[in-house]
Design a protein around this ligand. Structure first.
Ligand SMILES: [Zn+2]
Length: 307
């Protein structure tokens, strides 16, 4: 799903006065990675172990041990490389959480089937986590229920089972760069790859700004952030530049459990949405308030590049 989807105005959007934004000098963020152990495509001469080892090394070099990666265990299959990749992530001191077993959309499933799918992931998390806590849940597609009944059912089930929801405040759909990158690599298209690197960073900067502005509207102030990323080959390649961008903007880093102690994360938007979105965006949509203007993700260029 494109970034534009979740921030699109609805017909019932309320007109509002232009909002004045001023940003915190020292914002804080937790990085999180979805779709472990096999996010995005893989070139035939590459391995999952190389990608997750490189990603974990980069995080360690930036003192980000304990970073959470959210696992869909269906991808473990019986491929020794994929299994080794997840072990390497854990052995490097990173954490894992639940992302369901097979990444269903909650909009397409009953609450019971969805809860069963979450439970199917648990034996794998237990086996791989080396005794560390894995009771954090990230909703696939950030979809938290297209009816309130479903939303409340799954949330209550998660709480009963001891989970915290790994909410998101910042998302720039980084995984949409994964397939075009692999296509350009296969074609050895250096100009295409250069454009991908540049547009990835521009899109990241734009949506980080948008997320921070949405928080100011939704909560009246910026909150400690959680950035959604995916453990793809391309995001692994771009992580040093992304960390540099965040530092330039004044961000410091903190672990997910510490960030989500903030009381903004204890609030629940109580809204049924057909698609997913970050938490501040959900609050805006619950109140029919439009998002600030933003430059959309270059979806068409991404889809046509290196064909
Ligand atoms: Zn996912």
């Amino acid at each position: 799903m494109g970034a534009a989807a979740y921030a699109a105005n609805t017909p019932s959007t309320r007109r509002q006065e232009p909002h004045q934004f001023s940003f915190r000098k020292r914002p804080v963020v937790a990085l999180t990675f979805d779709d472990l152990p096999a996010a995005g495509g893989l070139l035939s001469d590459d391995t999952r172990t190389r990608i997750l080892t490189t990603l974990a090394d980069e995080l360690k070099a930036n003192h980000l041990k304990g970073t959470y990666g959210f696992v869909t265990a269906v991808d473990l299959g019986d491929d020794p490389d994929v299994r080794q990749a997840l072990r390497a992530w854990i052995d490097a001191g990173m954490n894992i959480g639940n992302h369901t077993w097979s990444h269903p959309s909650l909009s397409d499933e009953s609450a019971q089937d969805y809860e069963h799918n979450i439970a199917l992931d648990e034996p794998y998390l237990q086996a791989y986590a080396r005794g560390r806590d894995w009771h954090w849940f990230r909703y696939p597609y950030l979809e938290e229920g297209n009816t309130l009944e479903k939303r409340n059912d799954v949330l209550a089930w998660l709480e009963e089972r001891g989970y915290r929801v790994a909410q998101v405040t910042l998302n720039f759909e980084d995984d949409d760069w994964s397939d075009p990158y692999l296509r350009c690599l296969a074609k050895r298209d250096d100009a295409g790859i250069a454009w991908l690197k540049q547009s990835y960073m521009e899109n990241a900067a734009e949506f980080i700004r948008l997320g921070r502005e949405e928080q100011q509207i939704a909560f009246g102030h910026e909150v400690p952030n959680v950035l959604l990323l995916h453990a793809t080959d391309f995001t692994t390649l771009m992580l040093p530049s992304l960390i540099h961008l965040l530092r330039q903007e004044g961000f410091r880093f903190a672990p997910l459990p510490k960030i989500e102690q903030n009381r903004a994360y204890a609030e629940e938007p109580k809204v049924a949405l057909p698609d997913g979105g970050p938490l501040p965006d959900e609050f805006l949509r619950a109140r029919h308030i439009s998002s600030p203007p933003f430059q959309p993700e270059p979806v068409e260029q991404l889809n046509s590049l290196c064909r």
